[in-house]
Design a protein around this ligand. Structure first.
Ligand code: ADP
Ligand code: MG
Length: 697
């Protein structure tokens, strides 16, 4: 076995390890429990716990922790040692202990995690419960056990539980539809996800001198660098040595944790990079993406670099997203989105394709909400080209096929064509049925959908919970229509035709970045929520409550609490950014400008005394002085805005005020500061500039 293979997943308690370490009957019952979603037996848990402990200690672990995903969007953990006193009160002899009870259930204090009013602070108890469908792993001498997290009253306080529920719902409905279509051997359907991660790397010594980067993870000021991404010379360019060392180190860590990080390349903006893992089942992909984000930061740190996961760390160059590649596989190995050689006659494919079109059209507002955050707002329709309008790219062939299904005409085109490179030494190959459309927010890419709206810092759980739930709900309706049909194939064709007729407004193969599309989308009635503050309130729309409540994914109380948390988080983030901005303007930028102006005016006075003219200096000094004054005024306005915000009570009102009052005031302050930065001598500016930051590694 090669070294790479031997080390791969060396730190993961995965299926192969379980098969090796667990007694055969235990292994089989665990698999059955996972597959059937049955309740866990304590004897089984004891046996698994024992094997896990032995394995972990052998690998050098001393502690274990339940690892969970609270609504903060990052992960949380509470460590306990395997080492316990042999007897209560015995301070001398020790044993290594880890029981089934401790594996199954943990009790972290839940009082400081966001609950959106679901739990009073005095009811601090929270429980974590082992998720056997996701693998435990060892990191930093600690055994990490993936868990779900809920309150004493049983309300979910995390992102994993709803994801698991949505996966169950989707599997059940998809399986039912497939069986009705004659695929009787299908026992379940899994969702596969590959989350491509974009990020920026900046030299840490520069970050240390920027309060905005330190506290907010993004720049809040900064005049553009003289060179940006115009030449596209960074995109897929040669990876620089320092970045290469970082990537090698990162890969090694990720591989040991069983994350296949397969490709890395430079992204469009200077200092921007992308990491693509190989897809895996959705729940594990979500865990792995959390681990990836954590390791990106840790490993960067070791190399004197700071990894910025923020969606828009720099104005004027591309922001960072997280492309969520999503597909459905049956347990018999069929990819339901593989069009095959003749998609026009592939009814199963067309039916599932229609289900996705319907789901994205009906629940576009929820999908927009699942990616909403102040950081991502700056990417979606804020400072960057792609608008916040959801549409689906199908490509010409599939659109042509669906148009024919709708009109009843026979599809004439089709088949995959041979691609001729025209060079003998290069192999000719078959073209994909779809080209790429880099501007589409939700693109069909050959045998999967790629949802490109998620932000680089976000957990992919919300996005997938929403997508799974929406598609499951649509498939449930399709299933109802297929029930008891003599000719299910013909019935399925009718469903495809009706669904496409009703929802084809969501299909758009053109340039999503163009101004015409924004107008066209409005004509089609597609929502365009440029701000999260516009999007969040729709979370509790009746159809959305029905979607989640009817499928048992969220209770109504949980939905309301989540809406509250999203609004509160939006307000908190913007409020912190505003505070950091005024602080930087008042304590760094203004003093630097004042000192410089003082010197400048003295020089001018001296020059006058000597009767010498300093070209331009007089005018520059006046302009800079005027800007400095304006900076003071704008900073004061922003501060007043923050004071008004603090007096508001309702989360909706506060969010609206952030959108209409605080964000414009921040933009105004930034504008004058950036103008001053361009005018002031480089040595005067009190912090590293875009020139320094974007070309530091
Ligand atoms: P593309 O070049 O179209 O972006 P890649 O093959 O590079 O596609 O894959 C991009 C991401 O999509 C990777 O994370 C990959 O593992 C994932 N991916 C590929 N096929 C699937 C699939 N069927 N389902 C989910 N994710 C997939
Ligand atoms: Mg992609």
């Amino acid at each position: 076995m090669g070294k790479l293979v031997k080390d791969f997943a060396a730190m993961v308690f995965n299926d192969a390890v379980m098969r090796e370490k667990l007694p055969r009957d235990v292994y089989l019952s665990l698999k059955k429990t996972i597959r059937d979603g049955a309740d866990l037996d304590i004897n089984l848990a004891n046996a698994v716990a024992h094997a896990m402990k032995e394995w972990a200690i052998e690998k050098g672990a001393t502690h274990y922790t339940h690892w969970f995903q609270p609504l903060t969007g990052v992960t949380a953990e509470k460590h306990d040692s395997f080492l316990r006193p042999a007897k209560d009160g015995d301070g001398e002899s020790a044993i290594e202990q880890f029981s089934g009870k401790r594996l199954i259930k943990g009790e972290p204090d839940a009082s400081s995690f966001p609950s959106g009013g679901l739990r009073a602070t005095f009811e601090a108890r929270g429980y974590t419960a082992w998720d056997p469908t996701s693998y435990a792993f060892i990191k930093e001498k600690t055994l990490y056990i993936p868990t779900a997290f809920c309150s004493y009253g049983g309300e979910m306080l995390d992102k994993k539980t709803p994801l698991l529920r949505s996966l169950e719902a989707l599997s059940a409905q998809a399986t039912r539809v497939l069986r009705l279509l004659g695929m009787k051997d299908v026992g379940g359907v899994t969702v596969n996800v590959g989350a491509e991660q974009e990020y920026f790397l900046v030299d840490s010594s520069l970050v240390a001198r920027r309060e905005d980067l330190r506290f907010c993870g993004c720049t809040l000021f900064g005049a553009p660098a003289p060179k940006g991404q115009e030449l596209d010379d960074h995109y897929f360019g040669v990876i620089r040595p320092r970045v290469k060392e970082f990537t090698e180190d990162l890969n090694e860590e990720l591989w040991r944790l069983g994350v296949f990080s397969s490709t890395e390349h430079n992204e469009a903006a200077p200092s921007q990079h992308e990491l693509a893992p190989i897809y895996t089942v959705c729940n594990r992909a979500a865990d792995q993406n959390q681990l990836t984000m954590e390791l990106l930061k840790k490993v960067a740190d070791r190399h004197g670099l700071t990894c910025l996961l923020h969606e828009k760390p720099f104005r004027g160059v591309n922001g960072s997203g997280k492309h969520n590649n999503w597909s459905l596989f049956t347990d018999t190995g069929v990819n339901l989105f593989a069009p095959g050689d003749d998609p026009a006659s592939n009814t199963v494919f067309l039916l599932f394709l229609s289900a996705v079109l319907t789901a994205v059209d009906e629940y576009g507002d929820l999908l927009r909400i699942s990616v909403a955050s102040p950081g991502n707002d700056k990417r979606l329709g804020g400072e960057e080209a792609p608008p916040a309008i959801l549409s689906v790219y199908l490509g010409d062939e599939l659109t042509g096929i669906l148009d024919c299904v709708e009109s009843g005409k026979k599809y004439a085109g089709g088949g995959r064509t041979q691609m001729q490179t025209g060079v003998h030494v290069l192999p000719d190959f078959k073209k994909d049925t779809t080209d790429r459309n880099r501007t589409s927010p939700f693109a069909f890419t050959g045998n999967k959908f790629e949802f490109r709206m998620p932000g680089s810092a976000q957990s992919i759980s919300d996005v997938n919970t929403t997508l799974n739930a929406a598609v499951a709900a649509v498939l449930r309706r399709f299933g109802d229509k297929l029930e008891n049909k003599k000719e299910p194939e013909a019935a399925a064709r009718r469903i495809v035709r009706a669904a496409y007729s009703a929802h084809k407004r969501i299909v758009f193969n053109g340039n999503n970045y163009s101004a015409e599309w924004v107008k066209e989308a409005e004509k089609r009635g597609l929502p365009n929520y440029a701000s999260s503050a516009d999007a969040f309130p729709h979370f509790t729309a009746e159809k959305n409550l029905r979607l989640f409540v009817d499928q048992g994914i969220f209770s109504e109380a949980e939905i309301c609490s989540r809406r509250e948390i999203m609004l509160e988080n939006y307000v908190k983030v913007i409020s912190i950014e505003a505070s950091v901005m005024t602080d930087m303007a008042v304590t760094q930028i203004l003093p630097a400008l004042r000192a410089h102006l003082k010197e400048l005016f003295e020089t001018l006075k001296n020059a006058q005394t000597l009767d010498v003219r300093l070209p331009g200096t007089d005018a520059d000094a006046r302009r800079l002085a005027a800007l400095a004054e304006e900076i003071g005024a704008r900073a004061a306005e922003l501060e007043n805005g923050r004071a008004s915000l603090a007096r508001l009570q309702s989360p909706e009102g506060s969010a609206r005020f952030c959108r209409d009052g605080i964000l414009p005031a921040m933009a105004a302050l930034r504008d004058v500061c950036d103008r001053a930065e361009r005018l002031a001598p480089a040595a005067v500016w009190p912090m590293p500039t875009y020139k320094d930051l974007l070309f530091s590694v």
